[in-house]
Design a protein around this ligand. Structure first.
Ligand code: AMP
Length: 542
């Protein structure tokens, strides 16, 4: 027997309508690309999203057409999230940090009809424009006074595009499974793969990220998402702001420690969101300038593993709970978090850090298990580790334009991560399956070694890769970037690691480098390093 309830569609346009009705005075503060701080309200955002919707209609966009953005976190990008998806088109947030060939691939593969581009990226688009196959015009996200000289064809100024449009618009109602936005994974090998979200998956994910176990987002929240709107929809925060009337502080193009702190000092956020490298920059700035984070109660960190030293510094110097989250583009992105519990508050601090170092428990709607290479499920005993498999309504079924499902015969999606699941439910990432070091048939976690190494005060960043070894097939090699002005020898760092990891995990060699390569989303890029140092232990006999 079916229930007797209504079948309203979960649509992104509904979010901005709700925001306007119930949270109209909530502020969206942006550091604009032009420089000054810009402020307006959710009511203004709703008005301008409808103007944009009218303008998009005149650009002859049909439902299902894809529109690209190359843009920072600002109010104009925020409007695009609602205006484009609201009319039934798809917003493809392109990560401008990718290599030009990858940008060309994505824009052509997604068949972007128009590109909405921040001033910062005009030159970048000029350099690839001859290779773009489907783009009919470029809209520059600025006003008339700031329009640049450009050799691009069919260029439109965003503020002029929407200026004379009516702010009346009836958002169309369609199936909630309609595509709403498109993000590409920044894979380290092969072409990027598209993940096509739906209105339904986006709204379900918005409830997850806002829930009591994650962001606790409400109309009294003040959130600073440093995580970019071009990377998995800034973890869904723009939508959550509209759903709950939370104030947003959008950092625009400046994400260094000093600029982020300036916004924190000015707007007093209680919740921060970003990847570990951003927090490293902020903590370094706070140390240099002797300042603290007084308004902030929680910082959500994810995208890469958060080192214990970072969790500790946030807690002990700033009284900020570092909530460790894990997810991926294919999961909208959030899958787990180390939510703060009453139990945590009553345990000794080191045991609490042990929990915070793990990636946390899955949310309702995300099922997860671990399996061996043959797909046999492994025990969730905190000891066994294997491929991390997930399922749920906010998780990809197949990649964009693929004819094949990405799920196994039991409906699981293989995350490509290797993990343990502890008896109480916490998940702990051991490594990416391709980064784990296979030494004589046993596995060594590169992440655990890296996290232990960055606990040394003279280590700014550490990277561990598996390289060829005559006897053990593969052994760990540690690459270290030293903190400026500090001295550190091989022997010192190895001695420091000795009581932190199993003896047979200790790296066979340590190499000091001036910098480490990163992917477009800030993760260590290990493929080239593995090639470069492949023979290092063989050649040196270590
Ligand atoms: P992306 O799709 O770019 O968001 O990357 C997703 C991948 O980042 C995951 O599959 C993990 O390998 C890694 N990742 C994300 N969060 C964490 C975390 N908290 N700890 C360790 N790895 C993480």
């Amino acid at each position: 027997m079916l229930g007797n309830m209504q079948e309203g569609q979960l649509l992104i346009s509904g979010l901005i309508e709700h925001a306007e009705t119930y949270h109209k005075d909530t502020e969206i503060v942006s550091r604009s690309v032009e420089g000054p701080i810009h402020r307006y309200t959710l009511k203004d955002a709703a008005n301008r999203s409808r103007k944009l919707a009218n303008a998009l209609g005149k650009l002859d966009l049909q439902q299902g057409d894809v529109v690209g953005t190359l843009a920072w976190n600002t109010f104009r990008h925020f409007e695009l999230y609602f205006g484009v998806s609201g009319i039934g088109c798809v917003v493809n947030t392109v990560n401008p940090r990718l290599f030009p060939e990858q940008l060309i691939y994505i824009i052509n593969h997604a068949q972007n009809k128009y590109l909405f581009v921040d001033l910062t990226f005009v030159e970048l688009v000029e350099s690839i424009s001859d290779s773009l196959e489907s783009v009919k015009g470029i809209i520059i996200l600025t006003d008339k006074d700031h329009m640049p000289e450009t050799k691009l064809k069919n260029v439109i100024c965003y503020e002029e595009l929407i200026a004379d449009e009516s702010n009346e618009y009836d958002w169309p109602v369609f199936d909630e499974n309609t595509a709403s936005s498109l993000c590409y994974t920044s894979g380290t090998t092969g072409n990027p793969k598209g993940v096509l979200y739906s209105h339904r998956s986006t709204l379900l994910h918005t409830w997850i990220v806002s829930s009591g176990n994650v962001g606790k987002i409400s109309s009294s929240s003040v959130i600073l998402p440093v995580v970019p709107m071009f990377h998995v929809n800034a973890w869904g925060i723009p939508y959550a702001s509209a759903m709950f009337g939370a104030k947003l502080i959008l950092p625009g193009p400046l994400m260094d420690g000093a600029s982020i702190y300036e916004l924190i000092d000015l707007e007093k956020p209680d919740l921060l969101m970003g990847v570990p490298t951003v927090w490293l920059g902020l903590l370094q700035y706070l140390n240099e300038t002797n300042q603290t984070l007084d308004s902030v109660s929680t910082a959500l960190v994810g995208g890469s593993a958060a080192p214990r030293a970072m969790i500790q510094e946030f807690e002990e110097k700033h009284n900020v709970f570092l909530m460790h989250g894990w997810g991926m583009t294919e999961m909208s992105p959030l899958g787990t978090a180390t939510s703060r519990t009453a139990e945590m508050d009553n345990m000794d601090i080191e045991s609490r850090y042990d929990l915070q170092e793990k990636q946390g428990k899955a949310f309702f709607g995300v099922e997860m298990t671990i399996a061996d290479d043959d797909g046999n499920e492994l025990p969730k005993d905190g000891v066994a580790f294997g491929r991390l498999l997930v399922k749920g309504p906010t998780i990809v079924e197949r990649y964009f334009k693929s004819n094949e499902s990405s799920l196994d015969k039991n409906g699981w999606f293989d995350t490509g991560d290797v993990a343990k699941i502890h008896p109480e439910g916490s998940m702990e990432i051991v490594d990416r399956s391709k980064d784990v070091i296979k030494s004589g048939g046993e596995w060594i976690s590169s992440i655990d070694l890296e996290n232990a190494a960055v606990g040394h005060p003279a280590v700014a960043e550490a990277c561990v890769i598996g390289v060829l070894h005559e006897k053990w097939d593969e052994r760990p090699l540690l690459l270290v970037v030293k903190v400026e002005g500090k001295d550190l020898s091989k022997e010192e760092i190895l001695a420091f690691l000795e009581d932190k990891v199993a003896k047979w995990w200790l790296p066979n060699d340590v190499i000091f480098v001036s910098e480490l390569p990163h992917t477009a989303t800030g993760k260590l890029l290990k493929t080239n390093l593995r090639d470069e140092y492949k023979e290092h232990l063989i050649n040196t006999g270590k």
